[in-house]
Design a protein around this ligand. Structure first.
Ligand code: ADP
Length: 328
C-alpha cells in the first residue's frame, strides 16, 4: 500500500496556489489511496519572524480549510505537527546525517535568508535546518509519495538523500519517498508578477488569490492580472508568463489543457473573464464549508486531537527504530 504524507505551513492565508498545486489533490485521489496523512506544519512557521498568536490562529484556520477543501477524517489523518513529538525527535537524528553544505545550497533558504538580511533582520538557524525537519516529517511515516507543488521538489529530494544515506550507514530504516506534482498548476504564479510564485507567506497583494476571498474580490484580482502587449492568446510559459499563468489556472479549474484552451480565445479580456468565473466556482464550496466549520470549532479540535493520536502511533515505531539504529 502506498503511504502519502504532505503538509502546509500556517504562515499566511491559504492561496489558490496551495489549493491547485497541493490541497485539491490531497482531497481528491490522495486521501483515497492509502493511509494518507496531512499536517499543518506549525514548527515550520517559526523559521522567520512570527507573531505567536497569529501562528496559533492560522494553524486552526489551515486545519479548518483542509477539512473544508474535502479532507475526510474517516479516510485520512489530519493533524498539527507540534502535537506529535516524533517530528522534532527524528529531526535531530537526521541533522546528524545531513551536512551544512547541503543545507546552504537549498534555493528556498538562499532566497528567504537574503530577504531577511535585506530587511535588516537576522536569519534564524531553524531557517537553515528547516529542510531536515521536513525530511523528518516525511520519513517518520514511512512515506512513499509526497504530493507537493514543484517549489518543494528540492526539499523532497533532500529527504530522499537523507533516507538513502541513513539506510546505508545504519541499516535499512526508512522508506525512500518521492515527490508527486500535478500536471498543470504545479507552480501558480503571482497575478501581478507572473515570474514569482503565488505564495501565502509573501506580503498581501493584489496578485494573490486567497481561498477565502469573496467572489467579487477574486474577479477583481483576476481581471487586473498582468498580461502583455501581445494580440494573440498563446501558451508560452517562458516568453508570455502572464497569459500562460491564466491559461494554467483555467485549465486546472476546468480540467482542460492550457495550450488547447489558448486556441479558444482571441482576447485577454475574455480569457480573464472565464478564468475569474472558473476560480470563483472552484473556491465556492470550500468557502461555504469553511463558514460552516467556523460555527463548530469543537469539531475541528476533535479531528486534530484524534489525528495527533493516530499520527503518533504511526510515527513512533519508525522513530524508535532510527534511534536504535544510530546508537541511542
Ligand atoms: P507557501 O509557499 O504558500 O507558504 P507551503 O510551503 O505551506 O506554501 O506549501 C503548501 C503546499 O502548497 C506545498 O505542497 C507547496 O508546494 C504548494 N504550493 C505553494 N505555493 C504554490 C504555488 N504557487 N503553486 C503551486 N503549488 C504551491
Amino acid at each position: 500500500m502506498t503511504r502519502v504524507f504532505s503538509g502546509i505551513k500556517p504562515t499566511g492565508h491559504l492561496t489558490l496556489g496551495n489549493y491547485l498545486g497541493a490541497v485539491r489533490r490531497w482531497a481528491g485521489e490522495d486521501q483515497h489511496r492509502s493511509d494518507a496523512l496531512f499536517c499543518v506544519v506549525d514548527l515550520h512557521a517559526l523559521t522567520v519572524d512570527h507573531d505567536p498568536a497569529r501562528v496559533r490562529r492560522l494553524s486552526r484556520q489551515a486545519a479548518s480549510l483542509l477539512l473544508a477543501a474535502g479532507l475526510d477524517p474517516e479516510l485520512c489523518t489530519v493533524f498539527v505537527q507540534s502535537h506529535v513529538d516524533e517530528h522534532a525527535r527524528l529531526s535531530y537524528v537526521l541533522e546528524c546525517v545531513a551536512t551544512d553544505g547541503e543545507m546552504r545550497r537549498m534555493i528556498q533558504y538562499k532566497e528567504k535568508a537574503a530577504r531577511e538580511r535585506e530587511r535588516g533582520g537576522s536569519v534564524r538557524l531553524s531557517l537553515l535546518t528547516y529542510p531536515v525537519l521536513m525530511a523528518a516529517d516525511i520519513l517518520a511515516y514511512g512515506t512513499d509519495d509526497v504530493p507537493v507543488g514543484n517549489d518543494q521538489t528540492q526539499h523532497v529530494e533532500l529527504a530522499r538523500d537523507l533516507a538513502v544515506r541513513f539506510n546505508q550507514r545504519y541499516g535499512h530504516t526508512f522508506v525512500v519517498p518521492r515527490a508527486t506534482s500535478p500536471a498543470v498548476a504545479a507552480r501558480v504564479m503571482n497575478l501581478q508578477e507572473p515570474v514569482s510564485k503565488m505564495g501565502k507567506s509573501d506580503d498581501v497583494g493584489p496578485g494573490i488569490v486567497y481561498l477565502l476571498d469573496e467572489p467579487d474580490v477574486v474577479r477583481k484580482k483576476v481581471m487586473r492580472a498582468v498580461t502583455d502587449s501581445g494580440r494573440e492568446v498563446v501558451y508560452d510559459r517562458k516568453e508570455r508568463p502572464g497569459p500562460a499563468n491564466l491559461l494554467e489556472i483555467l485549465a486546472a479549474c476546468t480540467g482542460g489543457e492550457p495550450a488547447e484552451l489558448a486556441g479558444a480565445y482571441d482576447s485577454y479580456g475574455a480569457l480573464k473573464k472565464d478564468t475569474a468565473e472558473a476560480v470563483v466556482e472552484v473556491l465556492r464550496p470550500v468557502r461555504e464549508r469553511h463558514q460552516e466549520l467556523c460555527a463548530d470549532p469543537g469539531y475541528v479540535e476533535g479531528v486534530l486531537r484524534e489525528g495527533a493520536r493516530k499520527a503518533r502511533a504511526m510515527a513512533r515505531p519508525t522513530v524508535d527504530a532510527a534511534y536504535r539504529a544510530i546508537g541511542l
